[in-house]
Design a protein around this ligand. Sequence first.
Ligand code: AMP
Ligand code: MG
Length: 406
Amino acid sequence: MPPLSVDEALARILDGVAPLPGEASAIEAAHGRILAEPLAARLTQPPFDASAMDGYAVRAADVVRLPATLEVIGQAAAGHPFSGTVAAGQAVRIFTGAPVPSGADAIVIQENTAPGTSARGGPIVTVQEGIPDPGNIRRRGFDFTEGAVLLEAGRRLGPRELSLAAAMGHGEVRVRRRPRVAVLSTGDELVAPGSRPGRGQIVSSNHLGVAALAELAGAQVQQLGIARDTRESLQAHLDKAGDADVIVTIGGASVGDHDLVGPVLAARGMALSFWKIAMRPGKPLMFGRLGSARVLGLPGNPVSSLVCTRVFLVPLLRALLGRPARDAAPIAARAAVALEANGPRQHYMRATTKPGSDGAPLVTPVRSQDSSLLAPLAQADCLLVRPPGAPEAPAGSLVPILPLDF
Ligand code: AMP
Ligand code: MG
């Protein structure tokens, strides 16, 4: 099998993916979840004409000629409407958020008035200056009206969406079930983070980055632990994957004597789709199906595993969540320096961006592109994509990048 192009590999991974079923979530617990259906307003907002200012509710006709002195017949505050009617020559003391009393059609701001007492001892107010601004009243339905569809299916519920959904009258929303991702680390050399590696050992790090990226994309991650490079250990760890939608393995997927992930998964019934792609970093990438689960075999190399997670797992998770695939696609940037011609494999260069002068970010590759280096990866904020056979690109060329922070 010759190596597959990245685009073909991604197309195979996404082939036949349907969004996961919806489930109910309390709005308080819905942060970060993805709407399974469009959300229509159950309420009109504001529900009544409301004052936007502290001041006096009056009849506009009474404050055409100034100064004008009006009788104050009561008070309206947020949550405490005034139940009477404002007649000619009258005003109601009003505060922000209170319903505008019937009869009144203008709000005079407090700063333009002077309170007083009438000869008979009742409260009065003198409007000294100013034409009431129509914006002092927030009209009923100014924000939205009942029935309006304001959030579409596939929308992620972030801070703004949550506030809106709550104001629309939803205490519960239908969201996509989170994709269940099981992550298996493999390798005799690996020890858990925080423990001291012995002779020939290293700390397993990738499983955390891969899981974090998957969680950012909306998944629920189960760590299956570190399997030894034996069939028995791999089997035992894979047994814990349960009903995962996606099984992600790290390492052990190339062609060495200790690379048993492929054979063990094949023995469990995995239908292999591909195991090699024309990509740098990340050549030994395996993909297949095991029952209803999709299996992604990532290279063990720390940078490769994170790059492949960003390039393949994130779009798969988005598709499972019913999110538009285009959101995970590359965006245009300008190369800040000249770029060498690329070889036959699609190259994902670790790079940093800064604001450019024409809207497109300026992108600079980090100094070392060695795929085993985590420190430069941590400095990078994007991957600069160089297609197979791309010619040399002078500084200022438009190039695609994949943001790493999202
Ligand atoms: P492999 O694909 O198993 O041959 O691993 C390739 C390289 O990645 C080796 O140097 C491994 O030690 C390293 N590696 C594999 N898994 C991990 C992991 N979970 N964390 C950090 N490095 C790893
Ligand atoms: Mg290994």
